[in-house]
Design a protein around this ligand. Structure first.
Ligand SMILES: *Cc1c(COP(=O)(O)O)cnc(C)c1O
Length: 423
């Protein structure tokens, strides 16, 4: 099946002359699946349309935010209502209070919240608070864990259970990651050792950025106990999992309470938002109550807050999470019915198909996946009108608006792409 792409090609050509690599965030360039980027015109519900008029059943979901599908009516209406009152004040609003109350109602561990404009900023703030509150520098992170494009956490590992952080990106000074300790995901003993004298452990409670990798039973509770023993804080980066795998995120789903939690993606309703929060006695180090500085010109932006609040209100209906669970199961079933030869890691409405025959439990096993195979598979899916994440190491998201028909079409496309990529 051939796809029209003349207009995308023309835009990419122009874009490359003015934007680095033609994009504003690297994975969008689609190099990881060996093709040029597709320029999007619009999105609605479960679909995106590109500038050449091709329609796709979408499983990228804007990398997570589109849990209720694209452009839910409640969000569009709320934004229309908010627009005439202005787009930014740089002063507090009632909406921010209502928003923070809505987060606290869903997540009991959030006694105090600070809003930001992105998940990366939320993580930066949480780390600074953890260091200020404990008076310690070292941060423990998992290999393959992603916490935004921030200097101190752009580090992965050499070999061994615990390695000192080495920057993975040029431009990150060695000093920025010198206090970053790396441990394999799901390796409790390594984390226990690394947490001695550490300010905090930051973790995606369900990894989403090495593809989906779920915590083994007892892992998160073990981290909680190790933090309690060592005096380190436990930071859950729930930028993906927050309000997706349960209303209360991983904390609710696994019954483990973090000291600090970071949010982004879903809570912005498709506008730029992040937030971090947690224990009042820890958060109080933050300015203006304490000496730990953090700020943002557009933090708590009225439009972003409005969009996020509209989504949080919809997600207060517990039935939504039953729907998301069923949707995730239906997508997993589509893969099985299509007989694509993959290992599927899924929790609720997020999953990753790995092209390997071994279980994927950490970064090392995730990277055993055949990424060339994934690339061929993803390209074939696009040609069949299904939009997957353009990298093996990302999560597929299914929202509330994918219909039975969409999933049936997806099954057909998965089977065709499975065959095409096997050849
Ligand atoms: C996307 C993501 C971030 C960064 O959020 P941005 O809004 O892109 O800055 C941080 N942590 C996790 C787990 C993410 O998936």
């Amino acid at each position: 099946m051939s796809v029209r792409d003349a207009r995308s090609a023309e835009l990419y050509d122009r874009a490359c002359k003015v934007l680095v690599g033609g994009v504003n965030s690297p994975v969008r360039a689609m190099r990881a699946i060996g093709r040029d980027p597709i320029f999007i015109d619009r999105a609605s519900g479960a679909y995106v349309w590109d500038v050449d008029g091709n329609k796709y059943v979408d499983y990228l979901a804007s990398w997570g935010p589109a849990v209720l599908g694209h452009g839910p009516q409640v969000v569009l209406d709320a934004l229309r209502g908010a627009l005439p009152r202005g787009t930014s004040f740089g002063a507090p609003t009632e909406r921010e209070v209502i928003f923070a109350e809505a987060v606290r109602d869903a997540v009991p561990s959030i006694e105090r919240l600070r809003m930001t404009s992105s998940g990366s900023e939320a993580v930066m703030g949480a780390l600074r608070v953890a260091r200020a509150a404990t008076g310690r520098d070292p941060i423990v992170k998992t290999i393959g864990g992603y916490h935004g494009a921030i200097d101190g956490l752009l580090a992965e590992a050499g070999s061994g259970a615990t390695t000192l952080g080495v920057p993975t990106s040029p431009g990150v000074p060695a000093g920025a990651t010198a206090a970053t300790r790396l441990v394999a995901y799901n390796d409790l003993a390594a984390a226990e050792a690394a947490l001695e004298g550490a300010a905090a452990m930051i973790i995606e409670p369900v990894a989403g950025n090495m593809g989906v990798v779920v915590p083994e039973p007892g892992y998160l509770a073990g981290l909680r106990a190790a933090c309690d023993r060592t005096g380190a804080l436990l930071i859950f980066d729930e930028v993906i999992t927050g309000f997706r795998i349960a209303r209360g995120g991983a904390q609710e789903r696994f019954g483990v309470t973090a000291d600090l939690v970071c949010y982004g993606k879903i809570i912005g309703g498709g506008l730029p938002v992040g937030a971090f929060g947690g224990r009042a006695d820890v958060m109080k180090v933050l300015a203006p109550d304490g000496p730990c500085y953090q700020a943002g010109t557009l933090s708590g932006n009225p439009l972003a807050t409005t969009a996020g609040l509209a989504v949080l209100r919809e997600l207060a209906d517990p039935g939504v999470y039953d729907t998301l669970e069923a949707q995730g199961a239906a997508l997993e079933h589509a893969f099985r019915a299509a007989e694509v030869p993959v290992q599927i890691n899924r929790i609720g409405s997020m999953l990753t198909p790995f092209f390997t025959d071994r279980a994927v439990t950490d970064y090392a096993s995730a990277t055993a996946s055949d990424t060339d195979h994934y690339g061929k598979f993803a390209r074939a899916l696009l040609a069949h009108g299904v939009y997957p994440p353009p990298s093996q190491y990302e999560a597929w998201f299914v929202g509330t608006t994918h219909s039975t028909q969409d999933l049936a079409w997806t099954t057909v496309a998965l089977a065709a792409a499975g065959e095409a990529s096997d050849a």
